[in-house]
Design a protein around this ligand. Structure first.
Ligand code: ATP
Ligand code: MG
Length: 449
């Protein structure tokens, strides 16, 4: 059997141990235990998906996923530390302390099931296929999104089974949709975001047929459940390649379907101030991920939504509302409008609103309140955000420096600084620099925890 791309659906090419670099030394011991136990139980078991791809790229995999012909119930019988999750597609999670090995039964989509499966007959091993959503290894391959994500590694000979040319694509660093790209994107539009995410994260190019529909199909994202988009956005922007991901989302005209208010403000951002804050903020986040420092969703969303929030704030504040309620209302309105695309949960919006409402306190340097502010639980995040504003020309750089200095000062000097209330060493009040005159300063580093 073969399809229009000429793929042979039933014969994998088997890459022997001598021809690939995947080594057991880089595989989690728990994953190896799971593979062994399934095998001993008489089942097929493979590592599959991102972990095989990452090992081939010499990256440390985030987690290890296993695919098997054992049903979830059969998996549970083999492992005491197993929990079944999911309703539509049941998956087995095997728990080893904090590590979870996810075990998925081979699955087929309906049009990939042959007649035997649909009639619920037995497979080669003689077992009844209780549920015809389950399939064989040969079926499981085709439901996967990209060839690079459809490689199967077995402990049996330590070889890699490749039905779709994924091995070569990983070597060439090409992202290629399995099957007809447009059809696969229509089946699940999140695959377009996955294409962007993997291209950015792995530094892969997207092959032409897989790339072409991206420019045209952004509107399909409008119908994806907003909660799923939140998860996907978090994965995309907190993987250490946020700047590149944003570039690709704009390039493929997908960004407007995710953050319409942001895109609209970027369109009017003639002096590039908002774009600068956005790119600096994402660069800081990328830097923190690379340094293994904690990153938060609320800081990320503050960066992503700052342009429309600030615009709204200026309106409200300009109309006479005091800064704190004006900022709170601006955040509320923009977040509410955003929810129809991406549902941002309260655990993100609440600290984000707090952090942004604190921005006006950076204007108040005189008096004990400024000293107290230093101990506010959100001070550090608010300070980092203020530095981003300062470096994009949205906050006085002298004042920003004062907040940097006061943190480094001892108690006595702090009190002295708070008495004067302006930048150390400056005898007279400096005029606010004009927007364009603001120069880049060291961007905020810490405080996203
Ligand atoms: P990551 O490094 O982000 O974990 P991953 O490739 O492992 O990357 P997962 O989201 O963990 O991605 O999914 C595991 C595997 O499941 C993928 O490699 C792919 O084979 C398959 N998969 C996941 N989501 C989809 C989807 N929307 N459509 C088709 N296949 C998918
Ligand atoms: Mg994964």
């Amino acid at each position: 059997m073969s399809d229009q791309t000429g793929r042979n659906t039933h014969r994998p090419s088997i890459i022997p141990r001598s021809e690939h670099i995947v080594s057991r030394a880089n595989i989690s011991n728990n994953a190896i235990k799971v593979l062994h136990r399934l095998h001993k139980g008489g089942f097929q078991s493979f590592l599959v998906g991102g972990c095989v791809r990452d090992l081939l790229l010499r990256h440390q995999p985030k987690d290890f996923d296993v695919a098997t012909d054992a049903s979830p119930e059969e998996v549970r019988k083999l492992f005491r530390n197993c929990r079944l999750i999911g309703r539509r597609f049941r998956l087995a999670h095997i728990h080893f302390g904090r590590e979870i090995i996810e075990v998925a039964t081979f699955r087929a989509t309906h049009d990939e099931l042959d007649d035997n499966d649909i009639r619920g007959l037995t497979d080669a091993g003689g077992r009844i296929l209780r549920d015809n959503r389950y399939g064989k290894l040969e079926d499981d391959v085709w439901r996967r999104d990209f060839t690079a994500n459809a490689l199967y590694y077995t402990l049996d000979g330590y070889s890699i089974w490749d039905f779709v040319g994924g091995f070569e694509d990983v070597e060439q660093r090409v992202l290629r949709v399995i099957g007809d790209p447009e059809t696969r994107y229509r089946e699940d539009p999140v695959r377009m975001l996955r294409a962007v995410r993997f291209a950015a994260k792995l530094d892969f190019s997207i092959d032409d047929p897989s790339e072409a529909p991206l420019w045209e199909l952004g509107h399909l994202l409008d119908d994806v459940p907003p909660a799923r988009l939140f998860e996907e956005i978090i994965k995309m922007f907190l993987a250490g390649r946020a700047v590149e991901s944003l570039r690709l989302l704009e390039h493929y005209r997908l960004l407007a379907h995710l953050f319409p208010a942001l895109v609209s403000e970027l369109g009017k951002d003639t002096d590039g101030q908002f774009r600068k804050l956005l790119l600096d903020g994402l660069a800081t986040t990328d830097q923190r991920v690379r340094e293994d420092k904690p990153v938060t969703t609320f800081f990320l969303f503050a960066v992503l939504l700052w342009a429309p929030i600030k615009k709204r704030f200026d309106r409200l504040h300009g109309g006479g509302m005091p800064p704190i309620p004006a900022m709170q209302q601006a955040v509320e309105e923009i977040v509410k409008a955003q929810q129809s695309q991406i549902s941002v949960p309260r655990r993100t919006t609440i600290p984000m609103k707090e952090m942004l409402a604190l921005q006006s306190r950076f204007n108040m340097r005189k008096g004990v309140r400024s000293l107290r502010f230093l101990h506010h639980p959100r001070f550090r995040a608010a300070y980092d955000f203020m530095l981003l504003r300062a470096s994009s020309g949205d906050f006085d750089t002298q004042a920003a420096q004062w907040w940097t200095d006061i943190q480094l000062a001892d108690e006595k000097s702090r009190r002295e600084m708070a008495q004067v209330g302006r930048g150390a060493g400056s005898g007279k009040r400096k005029r606010r620099p004009r927007r364009r005159a603001a120069r880049k300063r060291s961007a905020g580093q810490g405080g996203q925890e």
